[in-house]
Ligand binder design. Structure first.
Ligand code: UT7
Length: 317
């Protein structure tokens, strides 16, 4: 992966916000209609309950509005909106157009679909826009997987949910927050996780699990090496929230203690593009990150994509 050229204009995150589906579905709720149990789901996935409901645009507007308020910005201050989603509300137009209008933004807007790695892809793209002269970019990751989940299929119904997380990225002349990044994809593995238009998610869970750990670790190691940091330097890992066993296996291979991982899957389930910004916001809201800390974002998803980024919180200046 190319390293960030010296002197390139960087950025820092100045606001964040989240939104979750309104309806809570517990494991016990699922065991009433599926051949499963709270015990099995908790032990095999770490998920205790999930939130469903809302549209991709609706949840994005909610998280985006909160992020703008926290950054102290007006809609007119934003130069671009990048929305990561794998569940757009319509095929045309891009859901980002609906969100742009509802938030009152007057700027370019586009969707990014890199499945569960989408938020990190979008964050990297936003840094590129800032390097090219933009000042403030709103980056949102949202998915409404409940709509493409077959609720009679215990293989997938226990995992997926709806949510959204947003960050405001603002240019910083001296000292960037993004030290290094990596994006990857392997389309030959698409058969292991896919959803046809109008259909439901299909997943070979075991194969996805096996590959997920490998590609997350590979991507994270590339970013850490490029950033010149080791596992000991990482104060917080923000992994894609698919399965707590995937997170702990990846942490173990990376040499980062599991206590340093941010997790929200216990109450939010797997929200795909939203899972990393939801987990980041949760960690920030709980005061788990202080200026100067190194934060590793790392995701994997259908396609099979992987993406990672090493941030130095607050920037390097
Ligand atoms: O965003 C990326 C999306 N996807 C993923 O990251 C998924 C990655 N894969 C996984 O998280 C795991 O493979 C699953 C959670 C999907 C499944 O866990 P597993 O430990 O790989 O279970 P398994 O498929 O090996 O099944 C073990 C047993 C089987 O029973 P037998 O053959 O041992 O009698 C399954 O039939 O558990 C059974 N089983 C279930 N039992 C209760 C499978 N699903 C369920 C279920 N409830 N929901």
């Amino acid at each position: 992966m190319p390293s960030i050229p010296a002197g390139v204009r960087g950025a820092i995150i100045t606001g964040w916000g989240t939104a979750l589906g309104e309806k809570v579905i517990t494991n016990d709720d699922l065991s009433k209609v599926l051949d499963t149990s709270d015990e099995w789901i908790v032990e095999r996935t770490g998920i205790r309950e999930r939130r469903v409901g809302g549209t991709t645009a609706g949840l994005s507007v909610e998280s985006g509005r909160k992020a703008l308020a926290m950054a102290g910005l007006e809609p007119g201050d934003i130069d671009a909106l990048v929305l990561a989603t794998t569940t757009p509300d319509r095929t045309v137009p891009a859901t980002s157009a609906t969100v742009q209008n509802a938030l009152g933004l007057r700027c370019g807007a586009f969707d990014v679909n890199a499945a569960c790695s989408g938020f990190v892809y979008a964050l990297v793209a936003a840094h590129g826009l800032i390097a090219l002269g933009m000042n403030r970019v709103l980056v949102i990751g949202t998915d409404t997987l409940a709509r493409i989940t077959d609720w009679d299929d215990r293989n997938t119904a226990v995992l997926f949910a709806d949510g959204s997380g947003a960050v405001v990225l603002e240019a910083q002349e001296a000292g960037t927050q993004l030290l290094a990044w990596d994006i990857d994809a392997d389309g030959s593995a698409e058969k292991y996780l896919y959803c046809d238009i109008g259909g439901y998610m299909h997943m070979d869970g075991k194969e996805v699990f096996r590959r997920a750990v490998r590609i997350m670790v590979d991507s994270a190691q590339k970013s850490m090496k490029a950033a010149g940091v080791t596992a000991d330097d990482i104060a917080l890992v923000v992994p894609h929230q698919a399965n707590v066993r995937i997170i702990s296996a990846a942490c173990e291979r990376l040499g980062v203690p599991m206590e340093r991982a941010a997790t929200v899957l216990q109450y939010a389930g797997n929200t795909s593009s939203a899972s990393i910004p939801l987990a980041l916001a949760d960690a920030l809201n709980h005061g788990r990150v202080k200026p100067g800390d190194h934060v590793l974002l790392v995701g994997f998803g259908a396609g099979m994509t992987a993406a990672s980024a090493v941030l130095r919180w607050g920037g390097t200046a």
